[in-house]
Design a protein around this ligand. Structure first.
Ligand code: IPE
Ligand code: IPE
Ligand code: MG
Length: 254
């Protein structure tokens, strides 16, 4: 599949039963509940993370099928460094192995990898494989898989504001000239449209510092399903709920 997103969305919309213009171009997912999944089975937490990682392919395939342009996955937040060292070590190894294992498949599917988050703080062995996969997929024109690794929404806005601050310091920008668009152009996801839909698994009704700037008008789908149990059917179910919603964006009902 190439970049004929619109045509694919139109076809998929009929199947799902949605007006084509309500089909999402960008879906963000807070993949929560790996620990609880493991606990339910009396297994150590890392089993949940391992199972969770296996779900990514299913979800990307489903996203491609409906002409979605970008899927952004919350993998590791800046706040997740507070977890026990053993869990962090396991996660960094898991992400690294994932980045190696998935490379060929992403290229084959014409997908592109993107990293959203701070590089600073991530271990070198992970950054090396991240860069290798970014490089291998850089000319992909199909679905973008955005991985939020060492990501924080406030940190992202802060980093964006600092870049504008540098321009002010050098005299190429005045505070009065700052626009919303300039902030949007300096956040990590600047190349992509704002997410239409944000899915959170495992019940929690909170945003946990995910895509704060971009989600000002995103629709939410929160499910009890734990991330390792999430299916393509439920992903389509979540998309389908967009049909029932009226995205007024502050306006009144048409
Ligand atoms: C989400 O699952 C994955 C990461 C934050 C890395 P959790 O590990 O937060 O799972 P729960 O919330 O403890 O069930
Ligand atoms: C959000 O989950 C972060 C990721 C899914 C990577 P958390 O489990 O870290 O969030 P809280 O602690 O429930 O807010
Ligand atoms: Mg959690």
């Amino acid at each position: 599949m190439g970049n004929n997103f619109e045509a694919v969305r139109k076809q998929a919309a009929e199947k799902i039963g949605l007006p084509a213009e309500k089909m999402p171009r960008h879906i963000g997912i807070i993949m929560d509940g790996n620990g609880r999944w493991a606990k339910q089975r009396d297994l150590p937490r890392f089993h949940g993370h391992r199972e969770g990682a296996k779900k990514i392919e299913t979800i990307c395939d489903a996203a491609q099928e409906i002409g979605c342009e970008c899927v952004t996955l919350y993998c590791f937040s800046v706040q997740n460094w507070r977890r026990p060292e053993m869990e962090i070590d396991y996660l960094m190894q898991l992400f690294t192995r994932y980045l190696v294992a998935v490379r060929g498949d992403l290229v084959e599917k014409n997908m592109k990898l993107a990293h959203f988050g701070r590089r600073d703080g991530l271990p070198d062995f992970l950054l090396e494989e991240l860069d290798n996969t970014l490089e291998a997929t850089k000319s992909g024109t199909g679905l973008t898989l955005g991985l939020c690794l060492n990501y924080g929404g406030r940190e992202e806005i802060l980093d964006s504001v600092k870049k504008l601050g540098e321009k002010i310091a050098s005299g190429s920008l005045t505070p009065e000239e700052i626009t919303e668009q300039m902030i949007s152009e300096n956040i990590y996801t600047s190349e992509y449209p704002d997410p239409d839909l944000i899915i959170r698994t495992s019940s929690e009704m909170r945003i946990s510092n995910f895509l704060l700037w971009q989600s000002s008008y995103s629709e939410y789908y929160v499910t009890k399903t734990l991330w390792p149990d999430f299916t393509r059917e439920e992903m389509f179910e979540a998309v389908k709920t967009l049909g029932e919603r009226e995205r007024r964006m502050g306006d009144i009902k048409a």
